[in-house]
Design a protein around this ligand. Structure first.
Ligand code: NI
Ligand code: MN
Length: 239
């Protein structure tokens, strides 16, 4: 499988059977916009263009604007299936999005590409219009013989140890920006709790509150015997 970073906490995961988009926040993301507008690379431009992204599933971790901003447009254009908590799925239902699969924390579902388990996140969740957004969550994805944890927005929580009991993670996507979520120090602890030394950082740099020192973050992880990847916006990696 391969993964493309689309900025903030948005990733496109391509498995053998499906393309899965996480938490689309691209058009309002100034960093992604700068890269798209200054690029001469057509592939990169189309990767970062909301009207060109192709996906089969859209997974939303919680209702905040910086995680759902482009979801409606992408879901309507692609007809992709929305997978999120019941409240978020209902909210998008009122906007005419009917291809969906509602879940809640603790549930696991088998889709055509593999399995998705909804896991706990310690955060908050309201929709952009202030409607109730259910409980925030993360996802454990099993596909193509690999297991990936997408933490969403979360603080460090002891519940993460449960993930290590049930899954042998190959890679974890953890927030590292601090202020609204875990910062680097807690993300290193989280990586111990979940038993995964390969971390892709997310939820950093987008706004002033969450700007981080990349070199220092990578060094802290490496001193703990771990690998932190801070992908470039638009970068694709084989997992
Ligand atoms: Ni949030
Ligand atoms: Mn957020």
């Amino acid at each position: 499988m391969k993964i493309t970073y689309l900025g903030h906490s948005c990733f496109l995961l391509e498995t053998q059977k499906a393309k899965i988009l996480f938490d689309p926040f691209i058009s309002p993301n100034q960093l992604a916009n700068e890269i798209r507008t200054n690029s001469l690379d057509d592939t990169l431009i189309s990767k970062l263009s909301v009207d060109q992204i192709e996906c089969d599933y859209v997974l939303l971790s919680h209702g905040h604007e910086d995680h759902v901003a482009d979801a409606e447009a992408i879901l309507k254009r692609t007809g992709a299936k929305l997978v999120s908590n019941f409240e978020i799925v209902s909210w998008f239902g009122s906007k005419g999005i009917s291809n969906n699969h509602p879940m809640n924390i603790g549930g696991e579902v088998t889709f055509d590409f593999g399995k998705v388990k909804s896991v706990k996140a310690i955060h908050s969740s309201a929709m952009p219009d202030g409607s109730y957004g259910g409980n925030p969550g993360g996802f454990v994805i099993q596909a193509d013989g690999k297991t990936l944890y997408y933490a969403g927005d979360t603080a460090l929580t002891i519940d993460m140890k449960l993930i290590a009991e049930d899954f042998n993670l190959d890679v974890a996507l953890l927030p590292v920006g601090d202020n609204f979520t875990m910062g680097v120090k807690d993300a290193i602890k989280a990586s111990n709790f979940i038993g995964c030394n390969h971390v892709i950082g997310m939820h950093f740099d987008t706004f002033g509150y969450i700007k981080i020192d990349h070199e220092a973050a990578i060094k802290s992880f490496s001193e703990a015997g771990k690998n932190l990847m801070l992908m470039q916006i638009g970068e694709t990696k084989e997992l």
